[in-house]
Ligand binder design. Structure first.
Ligand SMILES: [Zn+2]
Length: 463
């Protein structure tokens, strides 16, 4: 009897890890890092509860760290099988995993030097070497719906999910005593967002695992582009620094694309735009390269501009020294840095300087998980801890909701309505508890399907 267990993204949006077991194979779908609250992050340090050496293959829906950032640790624990993903995801993983490892190492080093650690010495979760070993296991598969054998009696079909470059919805079919198919939505993209193709219609399946990040919310009415125009114009008038924490992959490219459009359309003055994330800079190149996933708008932009992802006055920092030099810049400027939830990376050094600055603006353009620094600042806390120091928050806070790379609940329903036949069972995951419950209720109300919101570690037989 095949089974499906939920070892992450249950009651939270991070740590996506789903395990399919049949009598002949064990396949893990996504291998994400837990982020946010300490009890979640502690799971990154525990032995994987399902063992690593006994897993035959890993399937990756998309490159974001909350879906892939545990892979090098998993390899350290003894996993040696293939890691299946789309070409776009593979491009991004080559950038993201070594970078995640470097950040882990830099942070451990920083904590040791400043003696802000509960463990002496603080250790990285994994090293760049571990990340390199992981990359050797990658097997690129097409994301056009073609079935691929991933383990004994298990096939997978990848289709565009429209969330970030390479993101896929994956249909896993297990041939055991009986055949059963499970569709993993992965993170599902918004319709009509710039650069990337819309999500393609879902195939029929026996069980569905659907994300619910925005299960209880609808995107803002204000167009992200209009919001950016308003904020950048005001920054230019007031000589303000604009700090945008952005996921290095996806969001950063979208921001650059829209700022460039606004500049072209003369809706904003040209300000220096600093992309302070080597990862974002590399991801930007991958985005420009993978033309098969780009939408019509992007193809049109390419006709007149060979680099639609560069603003008119753009500076990309690759070294830490270059990043520090940004501190000397004065006047109106835009800094785009990772991580998107201010949970690590170069954004923290900018946050130390700009959060207390009354004239600065911090612009949230993405989801902020509970427990992250980004969430605290976005929620209006007046004092926050950054890199072990308490700093007052005096800057202006802006939130642009419409930027999400996630479908909101209405868009999830729009995607589901194209499903050729109803799934027998629906598992709602990848949401805070209220969002997951709300998403479940919307689906039940609209389609009358049976819904489950699984708990961490819960296991279901696939019948
Ligand atoms: Zn994602």
């Amino acid at each position: 009897m095949s089974s499906l267990s939920f070892w992450g993204a249950a009651g939270t949006v991070t740590g996506s890890r789903y395990l399919i077991e049949t009598s002949r194979a064990r396949v893990l779908i996504d291998c994400g890092l837990f982020q946010g609250r300490r009890e979640l992050r502690d799971r990154n340090w525990q032995e994987p509860p399902f063992g690593a050496a006994g897993v035959n293959a890993v399937i990756i829906t998309h490159a974001h760290i909350d879906h892939t950032g545990y892979l090098p640790r998993f390899v350290r624990h003894g996993f040696r099988g293939p890691v299946y993903c789309s070409r776009g995801t593979s491009d991004l993983l080559k950038i993201l995993l070594p970078d995640a490892a470097r950040l882990q190492e830099e942070e451990a080093d920083y904590r040791n030097r400043h003696k802000i650690t509960r463990h002496l010495p603080a250790l990285p979760l994994y090293t760049e070497q571990d990340a390199r070993e992981t990359l050797k296991l990658i097997q690129v598969v097409p994301n056009n719906g073609q079935p691929v054998n991933v383990a004994k009696g298990v096939t997978a079909e990848f289709r565009i999910a429209g969330h970030i470059l390479g993101s896929s919805q994956v249909l896993v079919r297990c041939e055991d005593q009986q055949s059963h198919s499970v569709l993993f939505s992965g993170d599902l993209g918004k319709y009509d967002q710039p650069i990337i193709h819309d999500p393609v219609a879902p195939p029929a399946c026996d069980s569905l695992v659907i994300e619910s990040t925005y299960g209880d919310r609808l995107h803002d009415i204000e167009e992200p582009k209009d919001a950016l125009e308003r904020i950048i114009k005001s920054a230019a008038e007031h000589n303000s620094a604009v700090l945008i924490p952005a996921f290095a992959v996806g969001r950063a490219q979208e921001i650059l694309y829209l700022i460039r459009e606004l500049e072209n359309e003369k809706r904003i003055p040209t300000l220096p735009v600093c992309l302070d994330s080597p990862m974002a800079a590399a991801a930007t190149q991958a985005y420009a390269r993978r033309t098969e996933e780009q939408d019509q708008d992007y193809a049109d932009a390419l006709k007149t501009n060979p680099t639609p992802l560069r603003t008119h006055s753009m500076l990309a920092c690759s070294s830490r020294q270059e990043s520090k030099r940004l501190n000397d810049l004065q006047g109106a400027r835009v800094i785009v840095a990772a991580s998107g939830m201010m949970s690590g990376g170069r954004i923290l050094h900018h946050a130390l300087r700009l959060l207390p600055d009354e004239n600065a603006v911090v612009v949230f353009v993405g989801y902020q998980a509970a427990g992250t620094l980004g969430r605290r600042v976005a929620d209006g806390e007046k004092q926050v801890k950054v890199l072990g120091q308490w700093v007052p928050v005096r800057c202006r806070i802006e939130k642009i909701g419409g930027f999400s790379a996630h479908a909101d609940w209405k868009e999830v329903l729009r995607w589901l309505q194209d499903m050729p036949s109803p799934p027998r069972r629906v598992f709602v995951t990848h949401g805070e508890p209220e969002a997951a419950q709300a998403m479940g209720a919307h689906i039940r109300e609209r389609f009358g399907w049976e819904i489950k919101v699984p708990q961490y570690g819960e296991r279901f037989e696939l019948v």
